[in-house]
Design a binder for this molecule. Structure first.
Ligand code: COA
Length: 162
């Protein structure tokens, strides 16, 4: 697997990968129906396309030439902060270092930025442990993970780079 920028041709596959990963991760927390509703809205090809060419942002994937194993999307929100909006690894390729590889690449993409911030569902223990193992600390919480009004509570984590 190597890391590269996502292109328009990848979006259909990324959309399917996100749907699969979301059901695997969140069905037990939100229920299958709610996950289907959220993922069809947030991970449709048109929704992903909006992120492709956004300024001060990086949309990257892990690819072995045959399939996409994971993706990350991050954007710079101010002079000192990068927001990691999405980090997802397909269920069958989790635990093989892809998440860590994508995280390192996100850090490298924003060399002038002092810290990385993210929001993570508090019941998603695996992700919380993963981020803690990779230098993030919980610094607060939000009632609206992802988008304003989502009603999904989440922990806010930060990693100070320098
Ligand atoms: C969370 C996620 C991105 C991690 O990616 P991954 O490729 O599975 O993780 P990696 O294999 O890179 O793990 C790197 C390190 O994190 C730590 N880690 C990973 N899973 C862990 C766990 N369950 N418990 C404790 N530490 C863990 C370990 O230190 C691991 O290093 P190791 O090589 O010594 O085992 C991935 O599992 C995923 O996509 N999960 C579902 C979706 C999700 O929750 N995304 C995050 C939304 S905010």
């Amino acid at each position: 697997m190597w890391v590269r920028s996502a292109s328009q041709e990848d979006l259909e596959t990324i959309s399917k990968m996100l749907t699969e990963t979301w059901h695997d991760t969140y069905d037990k927390i939100y229920g299958r129906e709610k996950v289907a509703e959220l993922t069809s809205k947030w991970h449709s090809v048109p929704a992903l396309k909006q992120r492709l060419n956004k300024p001060l942002s990086e949309f990257i994937i892990c690819d072995d030439g045959a399939e996409i194993g994971g993706m990350a999307y991050a954007s710079q929100t101010d002079n000192e902060t990068t927001m990691l909006h999405q980090l997802y690894v397909r269920p069958e390729t989790q635990g093989q270092g892809l998440g860590r590889t994508l995280l390192i690449e996100v850090e490298a993409c924003f060399p002038d930025v002092r810290k990385i911030r993210l929001e993570v569902e508090e019941a998603n223990e695996r992700a919380l442990k993963f981020y803690e193992a990779n230098g993030f600390k919980v610094v607060g919480s939000t009632p609206d993970c992802g988008v304003k009004g989502s009603g999904i509570p989440a922990a806010i984590m930060e990693k100070v780079i320098w």
